[in-house]
Every structure is written in structure tokens, then in C-alpha cells.
Design a protein around this ligand. Structure first.
Ligand SMILES: [Zn+2]
Length: 207
């Protein structure tokens, strides 16, 4: 089950709970702001969040990470280049928009890592490397559930900006063509901002 929570920091951003219905365990993806509200949802719904997963290290996707990690004491996972953003408030852009954010305790995972729930070995996501919007872009994909959490790589009808540290237009186009549009057409793409879309819908625009 996917629960979308639109959180409001400096800008609106989509945080996602990706929860295994059989165990109520799951992952929290991109808690960008409103830590208290997200923690309240976890308590009310009796979710056990095993890991926080970050699609990339921009300020608007990581703003609630430290507070939630402090309370739940769980790993925070990023791609192998995550520390470039996690450890530097200039590259994650938080220094320019408000309070500087640094994440001290992140686990950087290799490309194509499988992140599996401890409570259910059949439930998990694969980390697909997705550079372009940032160097450290990651897509979390579940073939079984037919969903992909794509961060700011692609949006419904558009794609992420490439003018921030580590951004690259050519890398983003390569990621979208080779790693997003090659997923099964019915895959739901849960985006970092705005409404979700599908691979088939976006493919129609790109071909
Ligand atoms: Zn971003």
C-alpha cells in the first residue's frame, strides 16, 4: 500500500509510506518536512517503519529526516553518492533557503541494491541509480507492487531541473530513457512533487 502525504516545508513535497499490508511494516520515502505530522501518522496507523529511503539529498526531501531518525532510530538509506548532499548544506541547498540541514547518519547503498523488509522477505524495493536531477538520484522500484518512487527525476508531464549542484541534462535524459521508460508500462510513478503518473503515460509524451 502506498500512502501519499503532501508535506509543506519551504515548498510542497510528497512523502510516501510504502507499507506491506500483511505485516504493516514498511518504508518511509522522502520525509521532506512536518516530522511531527508524519510521526503521528505512523503512530495512528500502527506502522513499523524499518527504513527511511531518500530519492536524493535535496533540502525539500530531507527536512524531516533527522527528527524522525532521532525518534524511531532507524537507518536512512541513500544512493552511493548520497553523502555529497547529506553532509553539505550548500549542495543540498538548505543553506540558501532556511535552516542548514546536515544528515549525520546515512547508509549509502550500491547501485541495484535490494532493500528487503525484515518482517517480510517478499516485500522490498530495488535501488535503481538515477543521476541527472542530482548526482545521487535513486529510484526505488517494486516490480511485485508495480510502483516506482522516482523523486524529482520525472514528473507528470515534465522532469526535474538540472541547474543545481551535480545536475546534468544529458544524464537526466539518459536516466529517463533507459531506467524509467523501460519499466513496465503499468508501473505507477510516484513523483517528488505533484500528482503521480505511469510509465505508459509518460512514454506517450517522450516517443
Ligand atoms: Zn530535488
Amino acid at each position: 500500500m502506498v500512502l501519499t502525504v503532501e508535506v509543506l516545508g519551504v515548498i510542497e513535497e510528497n512523502a510516501y509510506f510504502f507499507i506491506d499490508d500483511t505485516t504493516n511494516h514498511g518504508f518511509l520515502i522522502d520525509p521532506g518536512a512536518e516530522a511531527e505530522r508524519l510521526l503521528k501518522i505512523i503512530a495512528e496507523k500502527n506502522f513499523t517503519i524499518e527504513k527511511i529511503l531518500l530519492t536524493h539529498g535535496h533540502f525539500d526531501h530531507i527536512g524531516a529526516v533527522n527528527e524522525i531518525q532521532r525518534v524511531l532510530k532507524i537507518p536512512v538509506c541513500m544512493s552511493k553518492s548520497g553523502n555529497y548532499y547529506a553532509k553539505d548544506s550548500a549542495t543540498n541547498c538548505s543553506a540558501f533557503v532556511g535552516e542548514a540541514i546536515v544528515l549525520d547518519d546515512v547508509t549509502c547503498l550500491e547501485d541495484d541494491s535490494e532493500i528487503i523488509l525484515e518482517a517480510n522477505k517478499n516485500f522490498g524495493v530495488k535501488l535503481i541509480p538515477a543521476p541527472g536531477h542530482t548526482l545521487d538520484g535513486a529510484i526505488y522500484y517494486s516490480a511485485r507492487e508495480g510502483v516506482a518512487f522516482v523523486g524529482d527525476t520525472i514528473f507528470c508531464g515534465s522532469y526535474g531541473r538540472v541547474d543545481l549542484p551535480g545536475g546534468s541534462y544529458s544524464a537526466l535524459m539518459k536516466t529517463i530513457r533507459e531506467r524509467v521508460l523501460t519499466l513496465p508500462g503499468e508501473t505507477i510513478l510516484y513523483t517528488g512533487h505533484g500528482s503521480s503518473t505511469t510509465v505508459a503515460a509518460e512514454k506517450a509524451m517522450w516517443n
